[in-house]
Every structure is written in structure tokens, then in C-alpha cells.
Write a protein that binds this ligand. Structure first.
Ligand SMILES: [Zn+2]
Length: 189
């Protein structure tokens, strides 16, 4: 069976930031969100061979780091109704959870902030959110934005840290940045 490669032609929505060519503005905005929080984030760092000989590169990896204790893979999609076949196969083949990031929250309602889906093995879960520990200020991506699940071990008290000034500023930065037009027809690996 012929393997599909990880090469692809960029669309007219390609956006360059920090020397990285993103396939879409939404991806670039999520990159800005992570950078605004001062986090190390890798864009398409690795190509995985998933079921059926399909090649797949998750959009982002956040390694475990001082201010983000638990590592996460993320895939950016315009909508949760988008085709999730590849991230689903990645999750089951690699036995790894992956968060599906759709548009950035437009307001600070619970529905907007806690709206993200994850895929994990044969199933998944809903209502994930970025959150911040009120004690040590580290960032996490947890179910319902629960601080006690961030992994910093400050407290086991059930608290919700998805509505904080630092996160709101990062979302605003990511949403409001204006991008310059980038000529297309480039090939990237
Ligand atoms: Zn903490």
C-alpha cells in the first residue's frame, strides 16, 4: 500500500509567524495563545504512521514544562463537526489523548471557555478548558478547567481556574492580532 506522505500544499490562509508557516490563521492564533502564556509549544513536530499506513502530524505539542506540568497534543479544527478521522486514529494507535481546539473563546461564559473535546483511545471526553492554578500560576488543560487536575499538586480541592486575567489576556492577544498576507504555493514538510 502506498503511504500518503506528510507533504501538503498550503492554502491561501497560510500564515507566517516566528518563521513558522501555519496552514491556517486559526492555527496561528492558537500558537499566539500559547506564546502569550509564555509556554514552549511545537508546531507539527512529528509525523506519525497511524492505522492503514496513513501519515499524520498533530498540529501542536506542548511538552511538560515548568509552567505546564502535563504534556498535551492538540489538533486545530474549524469546527467539532470537522473530519476527526486522523486524530481519532492517532489517539487509538498511539494510545495518547489529543485535544481538539476549535475557534478561540469569544467571551468568558462557561460554554465558551469549557467547550473543548478530547479524543482518548477508543473514546473521548468533553468540556475541557485551559486553566490556571491560583497558587503557583501554572497552566493546564483539564476537564471543566479543574485546578486540582493541572498536575502542580498545590491543592486537591475542587476548584475551577478557567476564568483568570492571564488566560483572558492570552485569548485576547490571539484573537486580535492582525496578520500580514503571505504568498502561497510553498511546500513544507
Ligand atoms: Zn499550582
Amino acid at each position: 500500500m502506498k503511504n500518503k506522505s506528510c507533504y501538503s500544499i498550503l492554502s491561501s490562509h497560510a500564515t507566517m509567524l516566528d518563521g513558522i508557516v501555519f496552514r491556517s490563521r486559526l492555527e496561528a492564533r492558537w500558537y499566539l495563545f500559547f506564546k502569550s502564556l509564555g509556554l514552549e509549544v511545537c508546531y507539527e513536530p512529528k509525523c506519525f504512521a497511524i492505522e492503514g499506513g496513513i501519515a499524520y502530524k498533530p498540529d501542536f505539542h506542548l511538552p511538560a514544562q515548568l509552567h505546564f506540568p502535563l504534556p498535551w497534543w492538540f489538533e486545530v479544527k474549524p469546527s467539532i463537526e470537522s473530519d476527526l478521522t486522523k486524530p481519532e486514529l492517532f489517539s487509538s494507535t498511539m494510545d495518547s489523548a489529543i485535544g481538539i481546539l476549535t475557534d478561540l473563546p469569544r467571551d468568558d461564559s462557561d460554554d465558551e471557555l469549557c467547550k473543548f473535546t478530547i479524543l482518548a483511545g477508543p473514546g473521548g471526553d468533553y468540556n475541557y478548558a485551559f486553566c490556571e492554578c491560583r497558587y503557583c500560576e501554572v497552566i493546564g488543560f483539564t476537564w471543566e478547567g479543574r485546578e486540582d487536575r493541572i498536575g502542580c499538586c498545590c491543592s486537591d480541592e475542587r476548584r475551577y481556574g478557567y476564568r483568570t486575567a492571564k488566560l483572558a489576556e492570552a485569548f485576547n492577544n490571539a484573537r486580535n492580532t492582525k496578520f500580514a498576507f503571505v504568498p502561497t504555493a510553498q511546500r513544507i514538510i
